[in-house]
Design a protein around this ligand. Structure first.
Ligand code: CP
Length: 313
């Protein structure tokens, strides 16, 4: 039997969490890092179901590490091939089944809206670990925490987002979250074919009166940025290989380009990286992408703790 909750909640998009909750979760993640023993048994006897229908390294393993660090256990699958999805079982039925075994679920699926479908059929909290080119809210938790760690704030920032803004779900989630902080403006850097979808421009940027410009050249954008969020061209979402090959090396951030940036402009990337950040940049103190992975795990711990309504003395 799963944990009985006063308020069953799901996180499908970053907007499912208020700004106050996000701030509290970042404080909680920092406390979890500083005092791991305080939280080491809060999930004793509980299980996380990791339902990954699509490949993942960071999201799945950081969810698993998060649950283990809280004293819980993990069940699940890491490809649709190893689940009854291959026999035609629906997401709705799968989550009904997992509600019998687990206390909370993290799910990645190639189809937009799959996590939402799971949530409306679930008796346990469902966390979206990425649904197609739509949203990836727990990556956003890692991103926000990292920006706050490095810059000391989430307001009054010029944020450059570079690469595949069309299919990059991490981009869509990050923009939705950051527009709720004051004084954030965006420089959207992409080839014309990979620009931010018009629904995000209309419903998120224009609807909130957010200042943004679109640029093609990274060099032109770099000097004014406080944060540069690089992204990979999402090979798996392209319909034809030729288009992917034409776009894949459009942007390569290297040491020379980093000279154009401010001394306190930090570089984030949700990873995996392909060619878009040269490995020589890894040694630059402004490279924040591996710390982003590190904080991602603590933010997932904080999210599990919050959704399961846990408490410590
Ligand atoms: N950032 C991210 O989602 O990485 P994975 O695909 O490895 O989970």
């Amino acid at each position: 039997m799963h944990r009985q909750l006063k308020n069953l909640r799901h996180v499908i998009s970053p907007l499912d969490l208020t700004v106050e909750e996000l701030d509290q979760m970042m404080d909680l993640a920092e406390d979890m890092e500083a005092n791991p023993e305080k939280y080491a048994h809060v999930c004793d006897g509980m299980k996380l179901a990791a339902l990954f229908y699509e490949p993942s390294t960071r999201t799945r393993l950081s969810f698993e590490s998060a649950m283990l660090n809280l004293g819980g256990q993990v069940i699940g699958f890491h490809s649709s091939d190893s689940s009854s999805a291959t026999k035609g079982e629906s997401v709705a039925d799968t989550i009904r089944v997992l509600s019998c075994f687990a206390d909370i679920a993290a799910m990645r699926h190639p189809k937009e809206g799959a996590a939402y479908v799971a949530s409306i059929n679930s008796e346990i909290p469902v966390i979206n670990g990425g649904d197609g080119g739509h949203q990836h809210p727990t990556q956003t938790l890692a991103d926000l925490c990292t920006i706050r760690k490095y810059k000391g704030r989430l307001n009054n920032l010029t944020v450059g987002i570079c690469g595949d803004l069309k299919f990059g779900r991490t981009v869509h989630s990050l923009i939705s979250a950051l527009v709720r902080y004051t004084g954030v403006r965006f420089v959207l850097i992409s080839p014309e074919e990979l620009q931010l979808p018009s629904y995000v421009k209309e419903n998120v940027l224009n609807a909130n009166n957010i200042e943004y410009v679109e640029k093609i050249r990274l060099e032109e954008a770099l000097p004014e940025l406080d944060i540069l969020y690089m992204t990979r061209v999402q090979k798996e979402r392209f319909f034809n290989e030729e288009d992917y090959i034409r776009m894949k090396d459009f942007y390569i951030l290297d040491k020379e380009k980093m000279k154009l940036a401010k001394e306190d402009m930090y570089v984030l990337h949700p990873l995996p990286r392909v060619n878009e950040i040269s490995v020589e940049v890894d040694k630059d103190p402004r490279a924040a992408y591996f710390k982003q992975v590190y904080w991602g795990m603590y933010m997932r711990m904080a999210l599990i703790f919050t959704l399961l309504e846990l408490e410590v003395e």
